[in-house]
Ligand binder design. Structure first.
Ligand code: KG4
Ligand code: ZN
Length: 335
């Protein structure tokens, strides 16, 4: 039986709603980004994010239904991100989803944001099915996940400090490029030399798949600081390229090693950082070398959106996992 799901996402600075049929057919995917608002502060200000979600959410949901040519009465369920993320921001989506569920008598599905990022790949690749190894790299997370089936996950590696996207955002800030940093570093790095500076790529002695990005972040900051103290000029493009290379190389190497360990020939990329062209090229090369099939979503589905939440919600609903109306947001929700 067909299942039409309204997805709602408000975990950070994007207010988003989407209507998705049977988990994989996107009828609408509306995203209202607050980037312009947060730019002047150099990053997301949580209270401002919550307030803007409140202002935008009804309009975004109306647009999603209208673009899909559907009404609330056509829906079979409402899926919403309930964590991880900024608590005030999450609460806006969760309260709205609960209100719709109550008013329309619709089942409610609570979605983990990281599950959503992984699910973006099911929308993009109709042939993709678990098991596979997935790198989820975004502003808040850097995880290597073994996706056993649509609802079962094993975390193989995680960051022990900063997320990869967080490091991109920080380095963009010190280079004066603004927020969000990832796309700006990527663009600048195109004109730079990846071998200009050798920045650290942390490996743990227990040969775990974990990451650490605070070292490379500090190394870039110290490097710039020393040059500035000596009054020496530097080439920002070379620094961006060398930094990006160090991060991309570690992400690629650990993920491929994890895929080898799990004996899977499917490797999947997800999350905002997976929109990065250098990262994609590095994985393409490694996938060819290791004989793996590589999947990643188009950039719009890499960063936060609600179609991925509706998709993850579909698989949760298929396994009968519904939430009740006592659902609360969980800022540090684990996968
Ligand atoms: O998945 P996402 O939209 O939100 C979170 O769940 O965090 O990811 C946002 C992060 C930001 O840190 C942003 O700088 C990074 O993804 N990002 C990129 C690129 N596009 C977005 N990082 C590197 N290269 C990009 N092209
Ligand atoms: Zn995200």
């Amino acid at each position: 039986m067909d299942k039409l799901i309204l997805g709602i996402e408000s975990s950070c600075d994007e207010t988003a709603a989407a209507v998705v049929l049977n988990g994989r057919t996107v009828l609408s995917n509306v995203i209202s980004s607050q980037i312009e608002i947060h730019k002047k502060y150099g990053g997301v200000v949580p209270e401002i994010a919550s307030r803007n979600h409140v202002l935008n959410i009804s309009q975004v949901i109306d647009s999603a239904l209208c673009e899909a040519g559907k009404t609330f009465d056509d829906l079979d369920a409402v899926a919403v991100t309930y964590g991880p993320g900024l608590i005030g921001a999450l609460l806006v989506g969760v309260s709205t989803a609960k209100a719709i569920s109550f008013a329309k008598g619709l089942p409610l599905v609570a979605v983990n944001h990281i599950h959503g990022h992984i699910a973006a790949n099911y929308i993009e690749h109709p042939d993709l099915a678990p098991p596979f190894v997935c790198l989820v790299a975004s502003g808040g997370h850097s995880h290597i996940v073994y996706v056993k089936d649509y609802m079962n996950f094993e975390i193989l590696g995680r960051t022990r400090d900063d997320a990869a996207g967080e490091a991109f955002d920080k380095i963009a800030r010190v280079l004066g490029l603004g927020y969000p940093g990832g796309p700006k570093i990527e663009k600048l790095a195109e004109k730079g030399n990846t071998d200009a500076v050798l920045f650290p790529q942390v490996e743990f002695s227990d040969s775990s798949f974990d990451f650490s990005f605070s070292g490379v972040k500090t190394a870039v900051i110290n490097y710039l600081h020393k040059l500035k103290q000596r009054g020496e000029n530097y080439c920002a493009a070379d620094i961006a390229a060398s930094f990006q290379y160090a991060v991309v190389n570690v992400l690629t190497e650990h993920t491929m090693r994890a895929a080898q360990a799990k004996k899977t020939d499917q490797v999947v990329l997800a999350g905002g950082v997976s929109a990065n062209g250098a990262l994609r090229r590095s994985f393409e090369k490694a996938a060819e070398q290791f004989g793996k099939k590589l999947y990643y979503p188009r950039p719009l589905l890499c960063t936060d959106n609600a179609a991925m939440i509706a998709c993850a919600g579909y698989y949760k609903a298929q396994s009968g996992e519904y939430a009740d109306r006592s659902l609360n947001a969980v800022a540090n929700l684990k996968l």
